[in-house]
Design a protein around this ligand. Structure first.
Ligand SMILES: Nc1nc2c(ncn2[C@@H]2O[C@H](COP(=O)(O)OP(=O)(O)OP(=O)(O)O)[C@@H](O)[C@H]2O)c(=O)[nH]1
Ligand SMILES: [Mg+2]
Length: 327
C-alpha cells in the first residue's frame, strides 16, 4: 500500500535532516511525525520514526549523563575492545544491518536513504574477545562528512560495505575516490605519490540474496579481490556473517595473549590483545606497569620452541600464547 505522503512531510523531513544537535533533532522529528497520515500504508514509516525518536531520547539522556557532554562528544566514539572498525558505504547498502547482526546495538534500519544520522557503536564478539563496530551515515553527505571522516581517521580498520543490487565495482571505485578526497587511502602510496593517511580496509558485499548478485560480486572480485579481503553476505538471510567476522578479526591484526602468574594456572577468560608483532615486554607493560622495570624473566607456552621455555623480553608472541611473567 502506498504511503501517499503530503508535501508537509517532505518539508519537515528536510528540516529533520538538517538538524544537528540531539535536541534539534528530537524537535524536528516530532514535527515530522505529526505530518504523517495514519493509515496502513504508513505503518512501517511510523514505526521507524517512533524507533528513531526513542533512540534520540535515549541519546539525549546519555548526553546529559556524560559530564561536559556537548555536541562534540556525540560524534566522538571512544574506542572500546580490541579494535575499532568504521563502516563506510553508500546509502542503503546495509551498514546498519551489518552492525545490527554482528552486535547487540540497535541502529535504525530502513529502506529509505539516510536512515542513519548519528554514529552508532556496537561490540562484536569474536571467540573470546570483542571488537567495536561503528555504524555511520552514508558518504558522501555534506552535513555529516566532517565528523564521519573524522571517525574513519581514528578507526583501526575500514569496513567498506557494497550493495550487490547496484554496480559493485563502480561503487567501490567511487568510495575509494571519496576517501581519497579526505586524504584517506587504503593502500600505501606508491613512490612519488602524495603522502596520505593509510587505513586497512576490507569489503563486505551485502545483499547476496538478490538476483544477479553472484555475477556482480565476481566483477567486484575481478577488479579488487587481490587488493582487499572480501566477503559476500546477506544480512537478510543471515548468510556469510561468520565469514565476515573472521575477516574483520584477521584484518584487525591483533593477537590474544593470556597471562599466568608463576606457579598458577593462566587466566584463560581474559586475554590481553596486542598488535601482531608485539613482544613479551609489550604484553608485560599491559599486565602491570611495574614489569617495565621489574620483569625478571618470562616463560612462554605456544610460540616458544618448547612449552614453558624462558624467553627474552623481545620474544615476538603469537595469537593464543600464554606468558608467565615474573618480577
Ligand atoms: N535483500 C536484502 N536487503 C537488505 C539486506 N541487508 C539490508 N537490506 C535492506 O536494505 C535497506 C537498507 O539497510 P540499512 O542497513 O538501513 O542500510 P544503511 O547502509 O545503514 O543505510 P543508510 O543508513 O541510509 O546509509 C533496508 O531496507 C534493509 O532491510 C540483505 O542482505 N538483503
Ligand atoms: Mg544506516
Amino acid at each position: 500500500m502506498p504511503a501517499n505522503l503530503p508535501p508537509d512531510y517532505f518539508e519537515a523531513e528536510r528540516k529533520y535532516k538538517q538538524a544537528s544537535t540531539v535536541a534539534e533533532r528530537i524537535a524536528a522529528l516530532e514535527d515530522l511525525m505529526a505530518t504523517v497520515p495514519k493509515h496502513k500504508g504508513t505503518d512501517h514509516l511510523r514505526a521507524d520514526l517512533r524507533r528513531r525518536l526513542s533512540q534520540l531520547n535515549m541519546e539525549a539522556i546519555e548526553q546529559r549523563k556524560r559530564k561536559g557532554g556537548g555536541r562534540d562528544s556525540l560524534y566522538n566514539i571512544p574506542r572500546e575492545g580490541a579494535a575499532q572498525v568504521a563502516l563506510v558505504g553508500f546509502a542503503n547498502s546495509g551498514k546498519s544491518s551489518i552492525v545490527a547482526n554482528l552486535t547487540k546495538a540497535t541502529p535504525v534500519i530502513a529502506d529509505y536513504p539516510l536512515s542513519t544520522v548519528l554514529p552508532c557503536p556496537g561490540m562484536m564478539p569474536y571467540e573470546d574477545i570483542q571488537l567495536q563496530l561503528v555504524d555511520l551515515p552514508p558518504i558522501p553527505n555534506e552535513t555529516t562528512d566532517g565528523w564521519v571522516s573524522g571517525i574513519m581517521r581514528v578507526a583501526d580498520v575500514l569496513l567498506i560495505v557494497i550493495d550487490l543490487m547496484e554496480d559493485a565495482d563502480i561503487q567501490m571505485e567511487l568510495i575509494l575516490d571519496q576517501l581519497g578526497k579526505w586524504n584517506i587511502r587504503t593502500e600505501r602510496p606508491k613512490e612519488g605519490e602524495p603522502r596520505a593517511l593509510v587505513k586497512r580496509a576490507l569489503v563486505a558485499a551485502n545483499k547476496k540474496d538478490r538476483p544477479g548478485s553472484p555475477e556482480n560480486f565476481e566483477k567486484l572480485k575481478a577488479a579488487y579481490g587481490s587488493r582487499y579481503p572480501m566477503v559476500a553476505l546477506s544480512c537478510l538471510k543471515k548468510d556469510g556473517l561468520e565469514d565476515l567476522k573472521l575477516e574483520i578479526f584477521r584484518l584487525a591484526r591483533i593477537i590474544r595473549v593470556y597471562s599466568k602468574p608463576p606457579g598458577k594456572d593462566p587466566d584463560l577468560s581474559m586475554p590481553y590483545t596486542v598488535p601482531v608483532g608485539s613482544t613479551v615486554m609489550d604484553v608485560a607493560e599491559k599486565v602491570h606497569k611495574d614489569f617495565v622495570t621489574k620483569l625478571k624473566y618470562a616463560r612462554v607456552w605456544g610460540s616458544a620452541k618448547f612449552e614453558g621455555m624462558r624467553v627474552e623480553r623481545t620474544h615476538v608472541l603469537k595469537d593464543r600464547d600464554i606468558v608467565e611473567l615474573s618480577m
